[in-house]
Design a protein around this ligand. Sequence first.
Ligand code: ATP
Ligand code: MN
Length: 432
Amino acid sequence: MDGFSSIADLAKLKEGEVKIRGWVYRQRGSDKFKFILIRDPTGVVQTIITKEEVNENVWETAGKLYIESSVIVKGKIKPDERAPGGVEIQVTGLEPVSIGEPYRLQKDFSTEFLLDQRHLWLRSQKMKQIMKVRHHLTIYLNEFFDNKGFYQVVPPIIVKNACEGGSQLFEMKYFNEKAYLSESGQMYGESLIFSLGKIYVWAPSFRAEKSRTVRHLAEYWHLEPEMAWYSHEDNMKLQEEMLEFVVQKLIKEHEDLLVALGRDVDVLRHVKGPFPRITYDQMVEKLQDLDVKFEWGQDPGADEEKALTADMKVPLIVEKYPAGMKAFYMRRDPKNPEYMLNDDMLAPEGHGEIIGGSERIWELDELLEAMKKAKLDPNDPSYSWYVDLRRFGAVPHSGFGLGMERLLKWVLNLDHIRDAIPYPRVINRVYP
Ligand code: ATP
Ligand code: MN
C-alpha cells in the first residue's frame, strides 16, 4: 500500500530504495551516527542515520524521537549478516508521524505495573508473538472442526441456568429480573445437535473464580464441541485428534514463533495420539504412589495434576470419575453405574486440566433422576427446555469443553494464564 514495504519483506528485496512505517523500538548513537531500530507487526530492522549524509532536518528529527514514536523512514537497503532479517537501512528521509511523549515502559517492569499498562505492554515482542500464536491456533481449531463436518454456533451469553453448579456465577440485572453471565454454552450446544449433528460453541465463559491461581480467569474463551451419536470413546478420540492436529500444524507452519518464545519444540513434537489413559481409580493409586495426599472422591486440583503430569510430554486422559462428582448431565457407565463416562485431559509438563468432557445423559428418566439428586427443578423454565431435548427424538451424544487460554498456556509453556489473553480478567483486576 502506498509503496511501503513491511519489515519482513525487506529481507526478500535485498537492495534498493524502500519506504517503511512503524515504531521506534530502540535507539542509540553518537554525534556522527544514530542507530534506530524500527518495528512493525512483521519484524524489527535497524536503520542507520549518518550525519554527514542526511540533511539537517532529518538529523534533528532523529534526535527528538522517543521509544514508540511512530515514523516513516526512507532509505537504501544494505545487506548485513548480523541483522535479524539479513538487512539494514541507510536512512535518506525521516518523517515523524507522532513523536508523542517519553515512553512509559522503560524502568519499572514489575508484574503489577505491566498489568496496569497492559494497553502498552501488548506492544512487547513477547505479547505480540503470543497473540500471533493465539490467532494461528484459532484458525487451526476452526479448520479441524470444519474438516470434520462440524458447524460453529453461538450460544446466548446472558442466561438463567447454572450449568456447572452455580457457585461461580456472575449475577446481573436483566431488566426486572436476575440473570447470569454464562459459565458454559454446553446446554445450548446440545440443543443444536438435533439440527446440525456436530457443532462447536466458541464463546466466552464467565466464572467468578474467587482464588488466585495461574490457570483461572474470570472471563475465558471456551470451545465446546457437542456431537450426536458420539460415544465416550469417540469423544476421547476426537480430543486427541484435535490436539495433535493443532499442535503439529503450529510446529509445521510457525516453528519460528515457538522458538522466539523460548518453547522447547522437540517436547511438543511428541504430541501425537493416542494419549495415555488412566481411570479415576488408577489416578488415585498413582497419586498415593507419588506420596501426594489425596483421597478417593476428591476432585484433583493443581497440585495433584502437576504431580501426575510433570514428567510427561503428551497429555494424560483421566476417565471415569465416581458418579455424581461432577456436573449433573454426565452419563453413568451402564456397565458400571458407580462411575461416569467422562474424561479430563491433563496437559503435560505440569500444566493441568485443559479439557473436561463426557457422554451426556440422553434418556429422560435418567436425566430426571440426576436432576433430582442435584436438587434441580425440571419444570423450572431455566431447565425445562433442556429436559425437553430428551422428549423429542433424543439420541446418544457426547461433548467437551476446551479452555483456549489453558491450551495456549501449555503450548507456549507460559507461567501464567493471564498472558494468553490480551486483557485478563481476574479477581482483583477489571482494567484496562
Ligand atoms: P478447574 O477444575 O481447572 O477449575 P473445571 O473443572 O472448572 O476446571 P470445566 O467446568 O470442565 O472446568 O470447564 C471446561 C474447561 O474450561 C476446562 O477444562 C478448562 O480448560 C477451561 N476452564 C475452566 N475454568 C476456567 C477458568 N476459570 N479460566 C480459564 N479456563 C477455564
Ligand atoms: Mn473450575
